[in-house]
Design a protein around this ligand. Structure first.
Ligand code: UTP
Length: 579
């Protein structure tokens, strides 16, 4: 093949030569003569150069990784061959007790050495929201978008440091979410954060692969098929950007990895961080109890000889593995009805020192896998092009005997409630007995966490009866929003709230660090909303609150289907009206 016919640019020629050497001549076969379709050719060459630059090891590295993984997949190699599952090393924090307080206090001390990493490059196809998920309000009483809530948590962490310093906030975006994420920050004055503390890293798509030889797939002449590589890209980007090493040099000791729509995550964060500190976990999975067979990955310690690996095992692999080894009945419940293998919710606390070393060693390529759907029994052809993928929770696959992996188990709705499903699918999931993970359930659980905090402080909380809204369960009240500025730990809530009561459909919103309530009674349907500026002390004592409050109003069928109704209301089926 005459490279001069393809491009006159020596850098491009070098890349093409490499690709041809790596068995990719089909990409350049049948090219039109110079002068014909030159723009399409130039765009194609640029896309090759861009991908080559973004993947450690370049395109040929990607192709050789693909060949190796495809050969293993064809062989049908069982990754768990010879491994025996055991319970992981876990700390149970499902109850609020002295241990919980102990870990929260330790975690709070660690805020100044922690950075938060948010993976937000996903398409959100199941939800089908037209914008980015971070823009969706987690609750519609005060209307707080996820991104605003996370930013408020970071600011609250900073306000609790002996020597306040901004918490680094790393956000992974993709071509689907990048522009809108930046626009959200810009439209909201960076939600009160300093622009310098926010680091946006955009993940790139990877080329699809057509066959076992690792030939890249073309959508048409001069155009590759590109596909998402998965949220494990965050590790690669933290390596290639040099950010992990820079943050380590600045004294950051732990990274908290979170997802785009889990409004509960900062409830569990302080205690989980405390566990990481005390137990010296290099990798701490924040987990929840799961019922055997539930479609949630189980965290297990896999042992083979001297090798021990604690990792997420997909539920459909866990049961057969158990049957083939230690438990002929498969995944069986304990006395509480839960599996011995807690559910992975993909919230991770990773110790920086070991992380940076692993990134250096692997160049950030973390446990890639491939999952081709074969067209024939001999596994020689694919039904459609495949690609390499990576998941952020797979990091421990690279751990050696020196690294410690553990699990911290929390009450499920305290730690996790995502907004992943559109209203129809969420109702169907509920009907089938599973968690709906919808806008309404995420909001319902957001208020629940507030109620749990009030109850932990000894307030008398009367809970409303759960009802179904468009087939999705929702507990309408009381709607309790203790903003991060008000409290980040249970101890803080206990210090600030003494006695009092709140009725089933009442509302309480507390925003500000120096608010205290003593014997405050909020009557049915009423609301108490206090916003205290930084430095302002607001003490409320012996107050009976009776007013018109807020009201939950279900959308009419017409409103539900009308484009004039905000999409964030239509995805939950109600609005909350300030009376
Ligand atoms: P989800 O499982 O929620 O997937 O991702 P998704 O792609 O956002 O939604 P669906 O499957 O299309 O409905 C878990 C987390 O990982 C992020 C998501 O943004 C979410 O926070 N993610 C996922 C990425 O950052 N990049 C990816 O390539 C995939």
């Amino acid at each position: 093949m005459d490279l001069n016919q393809l491009t006159g640019n020596p850098t491009e020629q070098a890349l093409l030569a490499e690709l041809i050497h790596a068995g990719q001549e089909h990409l350049f076969a049948g090219w039109d003569a110079p002068g014909i379709h030159d723009e399409a050719k130039a765009a194609f060459l640029q896309s090759l150069a861009r991908i080559n630059g973004s993947y450690p090891g370049g395109l040929t590295g990607y192709i050789s990784n693909a060949r190796k993984l495809l050969a293993e997949a064809k062989e049908g190699k069982n990754p768990f061959e010879g491994f025996v599952p055991h319970q992981p090393d876990k700390v149970d924090l499902t109850q609020f007790n002295a241990a919980y307080d102990h870990y929260e206090a330790l975690g709070k001390n660690q805020f100044s050495k922690t950075a938060v990493v948010l993976v937000a490059g996903g398409l959100g196809e199941r939800l089908g929201y037209s914008g980015i998920k971070l823009d969706i309000p987690v609750e519609v009483t005060g209307i707080t978008p996820y991104l605003a809530h996370y930013a408020a948590c970071l600011k609250a962490m900073e306000a609790r440091m002996a020597k306040p310093r901004p918490v680094p906030f790393i956000i992974m975006t993709s071509d689907d979410t990048n522009a809108k994420t930046i626009a959200a920050f810009e439209a909201n004055n960076w939600f009160g954060l300093k622009q310098e503390q926010v680091h946006i890293l955009k993940q790139e798509l990877v080329p699809a692969i057509a066959d076992n030889a690792g030939r890249l797939a073309l959508a048409e002449k001069y155009k590759l098929i590109l596909k998402p590589h998965g949220h494990g890209d965050i590790h690669m980007l933290l390596y290639t950007s040099g950010l992990a090493a820079r943050l380590a040099a600045q004294g950051i000791e732990h990274l908290l990895f979170i997802q785009d729509t889990n409004g509960q995550v900062f409830n569990a964060m302080p205690a989980a961080l405390g566990v990481s500190v005390e137990k010296g976990f290099d990798f701490n999975s924040i987990a929840v109890n799961r019922i055997p067979g539930e479609a949630v990955g189980g965290l297990a310690k896999l042992v083979k000889g001297e090798t021990e690996l604690t990792l997420n095992v997909e539920y459909n692999q866990l049961d057969p593995l158990l049957r083939a080894t230690v438990s002929p009945q498969g995944d069986v419940p304990n006395e509480q009805g839960f599996s011995m293998f807690p559910g992975n919710i993909n919230v991770l606390v990773i110790r920086m020192a070991s992380y940076v070393k692993i990134l250096e060693r692997t160049r950030g390529i973390i446990a890639e896998f491939v999952n081709p759907k074969y067209a024939d029994a001999a596994k020689t052809a694919f039904k459609s092009p495949t690609r390499l993928e990576t998941m952020m929770q797979d990091l421990p696959k690279l751990f050696g005997p020196g690294e410690k992996t553990g699990v911290t188990v929390f009450d499920r709705r305290w730690a996790f409630s995502a907004n992943k499903n559109n209203i129809k699918d969420a109702a169907a999931k509920h009907a089938a007995g599973g968690p709906p993970e919808s806008g309404a359930t995420a909001e319902s659980d957001f208020y629940l966490a507030g109620r749990m905090k009030l109850a932990a402080a000894g307030m008398n909380v009367e809970t409303a009866k759960e009802e179904l809204i468009l087939g999705i369960p929702f507990t309408p009240g009381p709607r309790v929003l203790l903003r991060p500025s008000f409290a980040m730990t249970l101890e803080e809530v206990r210090e600030k709230i003494k006695g009092g009561s709140i009725a089933a459909d009442a509302t309480l919103i507390l925003d500000g660090q120096e608010i205290t309530l003593e014997n405050v009674e909020i009557a049915a349907g009423s609301a108490l909303v206090i916003k205290a500026a930084d430095g302002a002390k607001v003490a409320v004592k012996n107050l009976k609150v009776e007013n018109d409050g807020f009201e939950l109003v279900k959308l009419s069928a017409e409103e539900q289907n009308s484009p004039a109704t905000p999409e964030y209301l239509r995805l939950r089926g109600y609005r909350i009206v300030n009376r």
